[in-house]
Design a protein around this ligand. Structure first.
Ligand code: ADP
Ligand code: MG
Length: 292
């Protein structure tokens, strides 16, 4: 694996807001190409601001961010044209999918919507066609190419929005609560697309407040008051139940159940997130207790 993103003392203060309190404060992390990272944290903990720094919608007010070898820091003495060029090339590498699919769709026909990005890149029309077909295939929406987005379900709309981002051929996609407005079926559809894109090698960063969704990632970052509080694999992160509760976060239901049984004196591990694994552990415990 090779490094894709590096934040060093990354800090951001919104101008004239919050009495100068940083929305993101002294974040240090690296993300390798092809990782699947979930970002957790209560409202206002800095997740969206961090995402916007990662794709240079916002420029750091302190520290630095390096994306695919391109470094940005506050004292950057690059002239405006140079900076704009750098920002533009990062935005092509890091796509963003937001919460509300309706705000992301611009055209009245699905395929035109997906073509919007590649058209802006000035690609020839056959290359645009190829990208649109490829992107719609990747989210399993090719059959809807000529439909109007208004006739689609929330999950389908979100998949079209993802296709629009994919058509830019990004190395990384950040999903900022992209499942939050969807029904359970739409959420499953979008999660499955996320996972298949990650299997194809795309780096996936998923901001979510659903613990079960976060548990599907390879790594979880927990934000609190603009700082990165915890960074580790789901099993390690969810083993820290008390700490998570202290900052107002839940844990997956399976984790919570084992946590309570453990508190009641049963010998069970912390950090298990998979319901089937939890059920196995409880069944084994049951056999043990009944044999006594
Ligand atoms: P999250 O995505 O975790 O809910 P945000 O990154 O949106 O957190 O917000 C972090 C902090 O920055 C909060 O205190 C929020 O009020 C503040 N903030 C977010 N967006 C803006 C903005 N556009 N202008 C000023 N302050 C903002
Ligand atoms: Mg947010």
């Amino acid at each position: 694996m090779s490094e894709f993103l590096r934040a060093e003392h990354l800090t951001f203060v919104y101008p004239d807001e919050n009495n100068g309190i940083p929305a993101v404060s002294d974040v240090n992390l690296t993300i390798q190409k092809g990782e699947y990272v979930a970002i957790l944290g209560h409202n206002g903990s800095g997740k969206s601001t961090l995402a916007k720094l990662f794709n240079l919608i916002l420029l750091p007010t302190g520290g630095s961010i390096t994306v695919d070898g391109i470094r940005f820091f506050q004292e950057d003495d690059a002239d405006d044209a140079e900076l704009e060029e750098k920002v533009y090339s990062v935005r092509r590498r890091v796509g963003m999918v937001f919460q509300n699919p309706d705000n992301q769709l611009v055209a009245s026909i699905v395929e035109e919507d997906v073509a919007f990005g590649p058209e802006n890149l000035g690609l020839p029309s056959n290359a645009i066609r190829e990208r649109v077909d490829w992107a719609l295939d990747a989210v399993d929406m090719r059959g809807y190419a000529r439909r109007t987005p208004y006739s689609l379900s929330g999950g389908q709309k979100q998949r079209v929005a993802i296709a629009g981002v994919l058509a830019m051929k990004p190395a990384c996609i950040i999903f900022d609560e992209s499942t939050a407005m969807l029904d359970p079926r739409g959420r499953r559809e979008v999660l499955s697309v996320m996972e298949s894109l990650n299997r194809e090698g795309i780096t996936v960063l998923h901001i979510t407040h659903y613990m079960e969704e976060a548990a599907r990632a390879n790594r979880i970052i927990v934000m609190n008051d603009g700082r990165m509080l915890i960074d580790g694999p789901p099993r390690e992160v969810f083993a820290r139940v008390d700490e998570l509760k202290e900052i107002g976060l839940e844990v997956p239901q399976a984790t919570e159940l084992l946590f309570r049984l453990r508190a009641a004196g049963f010998d069970l591990p912390l950090g298990v997130t998979d319901p089937h694994e939890a059920a196995e552990l409880i069944a084994a415990l049951y056999r043990e207790v009944c044999h006594e």
